[in-house]
Design a protein around this ligand. Sequence first.
Ligand SMILES: [Zn+2]
Length: 355
Amino acid sequence: MKTVISARDIEDLIRSGGDVRSLPADAILTPSARDLLRDLEMNPPRTPPAAAGKPPAPAAAAAPQPPAKALSARSPKPELEAFFNSAYCLDLKQQMCDVGHRMWERAYVDGNGGNIAIRVGEDLALCTPTLVSKGKLQPFDICLVDFQGNQLLGARKRTSEILMHLQMMQKQPKMIASVHCHPPYATAFAVAGIEPPTCMIPEFEVFCAVATAPYRTPGSPEMGKLVSDLVDKHNLILMANHGVVAWSHNNVEEAYWRTEIIEAYCRTLVVAAQLGKPLNTFSPGQLQDLLRIKQGLGFVDPRYGLKECELCDNAEWRPGVQCAAPSRPADEAPRDPEAEKVVQAITDQILAQMK
Ligand SMILES: [Zn+2]
């Protein structure tokens, strides 16, 4: 497999004193890496003059390290407690709180909805508690559970939806973290039973691979089974009439990004479908390019290996603009003619700008 190089890799290389000319010639560059290389060509970084007599700048604080010995549900309780109270575990708990706060601020969760899990051992996971708003989540709220869902540590009761996350982890050995929430636009697609069409926006193609699971009661083993059956080739599952769940083989931050990306994507589609024009898509060849980047990043996708003619099939997606508006029943009150005029004027302006 060819190496995929991101802008971050290039920045790390430069920071460690490396030379960008040492990058493998056949490496696949992400778009941001390509931009960065172009910038570097135009403005090569100046090496700072050796600071005579000055002490070297202190290195950034080292990230807390995971326990030397892998833990499992069979580990002695004191070992589990030491892990649960360690700086490493606190860092993970803080990452979960940070993601929870951002989900709440962006209105991806409502009431006490949404949950987050991180795999921390062979059959162990950290998870969010039940009945706590993600907007107020604190590190001491986080629970430790085994893969049967038994709570091992933590002052609060674990979420009832953890069973689904655990079933996903058992089915997908690469999975490190998962995030479940109810972002309105993506959830609207899940309610309407429409899988978002493809070949429209690069970010969505690279970071997400979407499938839909039918509705079952949240927290039930049946729901967990339907979702976990999809995680071998999909990293974001639309749960019909409920919400979304995303997973990552890297970290909880990346699982959360996926929810931001699908929500922005679904929102853009809804807006684009109102503009009165058929939506443009990229070509199968352009999608194939993105899939190569995706595969290099280690993300799953059911489309790897498909022929170009099998990609970009949007036949199922019929934007609202193509549907005739249903005629209003005769007994319905007529709309405000002034408001209608304003709406018409705005629509005309948008259409005029697009021409
Ligand atoms: Zn939910």
